[in-house]
Design a binder for this molecule. Structure first.
Ligand code: FAD
Ligand code: 2HG
Ligand code: ZN
Length: 494
């Protein structure tokens, strides 16, 4: 059965109500380009369903009309997966309304399906130790609900007030507490999702253990909107520690066998992170920043310069938490670590937030310099310093005048390489950095996903057999290919 695109749009308008189908360019613009400013393109319209049954009806309708669907939560994704394709194109949807397409033809502008109205927190209690919420609830709202009953979610990231739980499952988000509590995949115990044909699958039975066959969470965590639209999420709570300490620690790379300050400091940081994890209970975060990014943040955010700003080769932002004060243990462990120059330590929340600002504000400070090429890579811990040593010189040699700013989750082996200089649509610098990560035994995506930004390199990172499996799962769940076309799964030609 085929239906015309404009007929489908009329049906979707009836499903969500006229005020929740947005088609005026002035209101759709913010849904059409991503946080980085690097990715985006025109959409057919934006649908804002109020509940799961509306999502199901919309997907059934889009499938009949062959309309592509881009699921969008908080639109904080950094790999172009949350917006229509067509990087660099000015929005132009003149070809869309009235266009006759057959099922499976998803070449026209897609519908953006915004989950932001699915934002109710439906359960949060200290008996089940679960939080359940619509997929459009923000991480910040979920954290506040858990905090109100004395618990935490065990996951945190700087985009907390915009990123949604559904988007975080779809990207298998990581963040700053992965060393303690794992990425999103390990925090989630249940999901509700709508498949491409409009059928609803729901595994939200409040059970922590349920081994009847395959895990829906494992299948959809990291699926980036290509297999289903997640509509509700069930997460387990963790106890809230009574004591928390944050330290901003200046490091020296002196004595390390690397040619750059960045490589040497990374070697020190990896050693310090390992030492802390073996000697201090409750280490929740070990994050690294280097002089270029840290001084940029201080200048842009109007913060005082961090400890040893004139001589440090890197800083670690360290957090430890527990039912007794970890500060003395942390201080003792740091005192015994070679390469530690100095530290600022805080236990009250205002001062702790100030210390975190040097790390957390990197993304927004870098954005003030232009459109960054964001390359989120992970390396085996024993090769991280070698990668950090050469990545800047490799980029700067090939793209003279460019700047490379690194920072990241050092205890996870995860560096965020931000390259400024090459034009937004030039992918050569991206390829060079990602191939360098592969050459060092690393991954082209640690936590942000593949989106459209890295899809060309999936064939270098996964075997033919694995890609074949990805394609068959996709073909089974979404045979018409309407869900997030162009994202994650390499096209047959590659
Ligand atoms: P969106 O950006 O809207 O979408 C992301 C992807 O998920 C897209 O492919 C989209 O199609 C899909 N999707 C969204 N919702 C659904 C749904 N309900 N069902 C199916 N598919 C869906 N990421 C980290 O991992 N760690 C960090 O520390 C981190 N810090 C960040 C800091 C800043 C300042 C910013 C701007 C981003 C950061 N990110 C980080 C990236 C981003 O916040 C995460 O990728 C987050 O998980 C995206 O959530 P979202 O709701 O914004 O999803
Ligand atoms: C972070 O860890 C995010 O702050 C964003 O993952 C990374 O901006 C980036 O490159
Ligand atoms: Zn990160």
């Amino acid at each position: 059965v085929t239906i015309a695109v404009d007929g489908a749009l009329e049906q979707i308008r009836t499903i969500v109500g006229p005020s929740h189908l947005l088609s005026e360019q002035a209101v759709t613009t913010s849904y059409e380009s991503d946080w980085t400013g690097r990715f985006g393109g025109p959409c057919l319209a934006v649908a804002r369903p109020a509940d799961t049954s509306q999502v199901a009806e919309i997907l059934a309708c889009c499938r009949r009309a062959g309309i592509g669907v881009v699921p969008q939560g908080g639109n904080t994704g950094l790999v172009g997966g949350s917006v229509p394709r067509g990087r660099g194109l000015a929005p132009d949807r003149t070809a869309a309304p009235g266009q006759q397409v057959t099922a499976g033809q998803t070449g026209g502008p897609p519908l953006v399906l915004s989950t932001r109205r699915l934002n109710e927190i439906t359960r949060c209690d200290a008996t089940s130790l679960l939080l359940e919420a619509g997929a459009g609830a923000t991480l910040g709202d979920a954290q506040r609900a858990a905090g109100a009953i004395g618990y935490e979610l065990g996951i945190d990231l700087a985009a907390r007030d915009s990123a949604t739980l559904g988007g975080m499952v779809a990207t298998n988000a990581g963040g700053i507490h992965v060393i303690r509590h794992g990425p999103m995949r390990t925090r989630v115990v249940g999901l509700e999702a709508v498949l491409a044909d409009g059928s609803v699958i729901r595994r939200m039975n409040g059970l922590w253990k349920d081994n009847v066959g395959w895990s829906l969470v494992a299948l959809l965590a990291g699926s980036e909107g290509t297999l289903a639209v997640i509509t509700a999420v069930s997460m387990r709570l963790v106890s809230r520690p009574t004591h928390r300490v944050t330290a901003l620690v200046a490091l020296s790379g002196e004595g390390q066998p690397f040619s750059s300050r960045q490589g040497a400091a990374t070697a020190t940081a990896v050693a310090v992170a390992a030492g802390l994890q073996s000697r201090v209970d409750g280490i929740e975060a070990v994050e690294i920043t280097y002089p270029a990014g840290t001084t940029l943040v201080a200048e842009k955010a109007g913060l005082p310069y961090p400890p040893r700003a004139d001589s440090a080769d890197a800083w670690l932002t360290i957090e430890a938490a527990g039912s007794s004060d970890p500060a003395p243990y942390l201080a003792d462990a740091l005192a015994n670590q070679p390469g530690v120059l100095d530290a600022a330590v805080a236990t009250d929340s205002t001062r702790r937030r100030q210390l975190w600002a040097y790390r957390e504000r990197h993304t927004e400070a870098i954005a003030t310099l232009g459109v960054a090429h964001k390359l989120d890579v992970s390396l085996p811990l024993d090769r991280l310093a070698q990668f950090a040593d050469v990545v800047g010189p490799v980029v700067e040699e090939n793209w003279p005048g460019s700047t490379t700013i690194c920072f990241g989750h050092v205890a996870d082996g995860n560096l965020h390489v931000n390259v400024l200089g090459p034009p937004a649509d030039d992918e050569a610098a991206d390829d060079a950095v990602l191939r360098l990560a592969l050459d060092h035994g690393g991954s082209i995506s640690a936590e942000h996903g593949i989106g459209v930004a890295k899809v060309k390199l999936v064939a270098q990172a996964r075997s033919g057999a694995e890609i074949g499996l990805m394609r068959s799962v996709k073909a089974t769940l979404d045979p018409a290919g309407i869900l997030n076309p162009g994202v994650l799964i390499p096209p047959p030609s590659s």
